[in-house]
Ligand binder design. Structure first.
Ligand SMILES: *[C@@H]1O[C@H](CO)[C@@H](O)[C@H](O)[C@H]1NC(C)=O
Length: 304
């Protein structure tokens, strides 16, 4: 029996080695082993500050040209977070993990939408301009979200970020997410586009047929989870407050079970469109949502 075992082992080593040699990027094969290692507990420390709980009014500021279809993908996503009747795995059950952060549900309610289709501040925005766009009607328990079109450059966009959330005077939470389709889809719309470097796997088909906007859904999911669980830098995060790892950013790159660097994990595929997804939403929508840190298990939780 022992020799049989050795032969089997030898064959599997050969297979592993040839996979490594045949792979155009050998780095993609080695991290595979990480998936077999038990996940270490990940701790996001609570810093005793205020979180956003209860009904939270979300206002959307559309900056630049978005088609009605693009806007409906995003609005449907936001409404899906608050729609318990969609079949599992649902976007609402994904969002529900935020209620395990001390304590109780954060319910996002989409209120007004502002269209700025004529680029009132030009096509290259500094952070201060994002803040002024977001500063329309600041109230506690509200989040103003600036969404920039594909032809708008934003300070830090594609260099260090795909979206942000922050607060004005430590009180009013706001967020920004950009459409990366023409500027850096490999960074900000992965896994719907080939990454610019690192381990390569074939891109997934965007579930709503729009690489840029389906990528925005992923980043919006990340910044909104960060906004409600760490709105004023005193919530849940790991690392320095200036560069925190938050609810979703602590789980970067994970969308389904068995993920490893460069591979999003096993997700569902819509037979009719070929789109990859892991969450059902309102009006038959499907979304691919990133893993979120679950305070109950201290792990990055995926829907599938
Ligand atoms: C949130 O809004 C709903 C609908 O208007 C209302 O029924 C509910 O009581 C509100 N919840 C809180 C915590 O204010």
């Amino acid at each position: 029996m022992a020799s049989v075992y050795h032969v089997t082992l030898f064959i599997s080593l050969l297979i592993t080695t040839s996979t490594l040699l045949n792979s155009p990027c050998s780095a993609s094969a080695s991290p595979r082993k990480l998936a077999l290692v038990k996940q270490q507990p990940l701790i996001l420390k609570y810093h005793n500050g205020q979180l956003l709980k209860g009904n939270i009014t979300v206002s959307l500021i559309w900056y630049g040209k978005f088609s009605p279809t693009q806007r409906s993908i995003i609005v449907d996503f936001l409404q899906s977070l608050n729609s318990p009747t969609t079949p599992p795995p649902s976007a609402a059950s994904w969002w529900q993990t935020t209620s395990s952060y001390k304590t109780g549900p954060s319910t996002l309610v989409v209120a007004n939408q502002v269209l700025d289709q004529d680029y009132s501040l030009g096509k290259s925005l500094a952070t201060s301009q994002i803040i002024s766009l977001a500063s329309g009607t600041n109230k506690l328990s509200s989040v103003n979200v600036v969404l920039t079109a594909a032809d708008v450059a934003v300070e830090g966009f594609c260099m260090s970020r795909c979206g942000t959330h922050a607060s004005v005077r430590g009180k009013f939470a706001y967020a920004w997410v950009g459409n990366s389709a023409s500027q850096c889809p490999g960074q900000c719309a992965w896994p719907f586009h080939q990454p610019p470097y690192g381990p390569q796997t074939a891109p997934l088909v965007a579930p709503n047929g729009d690489v840029g906007v389906d990528g925005m859904v992923i980043n919006l999911a990340a910044v909104l989870a960060g906004t409600v669980t760490n709105p004023f830098d005193g919530g849940y995060f790991q690392g320095p407050a200036t560069a925190p790892l938050e609810a979703v950013t602590a789980c970067t790159g994970i969308f389904g079970s068995g993920s490893y660097p460069g591979y999003a994990g096993a997700v569902l595929v819509d037979r009719s469109t070929g789109g990859s997804y892991n969450a059902n939403g309102v009006r038959g929508r499907k979304f691919l949502l990133p893993a979120m840190w679950d305070p109950k298990s201290s792990t990055c939780k995926t829907l599938v």
